[in-house]
Structure formats: structure tokens, C-alpha cells
Design a protein around this ligand. Structure first.
Ligand SMILES: [Zn+2]
Length: 182
């Protein structure tokens, strides 16, 4: 487990840990951790000098890195950021044709060692965040559809992560969190 703060971590809005009751599961939809880091460091919100990222990243080999501490609100999901911790699994997803109607399959499996590391992380979060009760997939919280990049007459999901290969039952069996939406 490594701590590697994003350059703008201190510019993210502060919060009380007592308001954090939700973990949002993501996958990076990028080829590797280094690329995910580069995307996380990009400044996309000029007013605050911040960008989009999760708090935690879990690599395919089980390596865990923290980009943002829990006391800061990271931008990782529409509408749920102030109350949640974002956990990103490195996984190719639909990269690099995210919104191409012909490339919507998310077919890279999550290795067992990555899922085992995730479960250990979630149990640790349970210890550090007293109000934590819920877990949800990004795809469950952001169901927006947008025009497909290859054909304007078609619509695709803006967010599909962590996708159909994420082993929800296996993970939920090992952690004391309830899945949202209830
Ligand atoms: Zn996501």
C-alpha cells in the first residue's frame, strides 16, 4: 500500500469523515496505472485547479495506491462525491473507444489477486470511516446515455464501470456493506 498524493490534493474541498457513508466502485477504462495517474493529474476544473480521480487505485497485481486522502472530496461520480470514497480498479474497459457503439463490451477479467486486494482495502476503509454503510457501482449511480461516437443515431452508456465482470457476489460476501441502490 502506497501513499502518492495528486499534486492538487490540498485544493480539493475538505469534508468531515462522519459524512462518508458510501464506497463507489470504478474501473479506470485505461490500459495501466501509469496512464490512470496521468489522467488523474490533469487539471479539468480551472476554478479550483483540480481534476477527476478516485481516492484509491488497485492495480491488476494487487498493488494499492492512495491518490487522495479521505478528508478531501475527490471528483469521481456525478452527484455523490461529498459522501463517498472512490475506488478504481485498473482495467481496460472500453479503452480507447469508450463511446463507440461497436466497442461496448468490457471483457477484461478482474484477476483474483486484484479482487483479494480490493476486499482487504474495503475492510480497512470500514475501520477508518465510522459512518461507512454502502457500496455502489459507478454504473448504478450514473445511468446517463450519450450519442455514440461512431453513429449519432445511436446512444451508449456514458459510464459502465466496473461492468459485468466485476464479481459483486464474491465481494459483498466478504464485507459488511450494503449495495446501493437499495
Ligand atoms: Zn467510474
Amino acid at each position: 500500500m502506497r501513499i502518492d498524493p495528486l499534486p492538487y490534493e490540498d485544493k480539493l474541498e475538505a469534508r468531515a469523515l462522519s459524512q462518508v457513508d458510501l464506497v463507489v466502485m470504478h474501473c479506470t477504462e485505461l490500459p495501466d496505472l501509469a496512464t490512470s495517474r496521468a489522467y488523474g493529474e490533469r487539471v479539468l476544473h480551472p476554478g479550483s485547479g483540480t481534476g477527476n480521480s478516485g481516492h484509491w487505485y488497485v492495480d491488476r497485481d494487487g498493488d494499492i495506491v492512495r491518490y487522495v486522502r479521505h478528508e478531501r472530496i475527490a471528483h469521481h461520480v456525478r452527484g455523490y462525491n461529498p459522501r463517498s470514497v472512490g475506488v478504481e480498479l485498473v482495467n481496460t474497459g472500453r479503452f480507447p473507444h469508450w463511446h463507440d457503439s461497436r466497442h461496448q463490451t468490457m471483457d477484461e477479467p478482474y484477476p483474483q489477486v486484484q479482487i483479494d486486494a480490493l476486499v482487504a482495502l474495503l475492510l480497512r476503509l470500514q475501520d477508518e470511516l465510522p459512518a461507512l454503510r454502502f457500496i455502489a457501482g459507478h454504473e448504478d449511480l450514473d445511468t446517463a446515455e450519450i450519442e455514440a461516437s461512431d453513429d449519432a443515431s445511436l446512444r451508449v452508456r456514458r459510464k459502465r464501470d466496473p461492468g459485468p465482470l466485476f464479481p459483486w457476489a464474491e465481494v459483498l460476501a466478504q464485507i459488511p456493506l450494503q449495495r446501493l441502490p437499495l
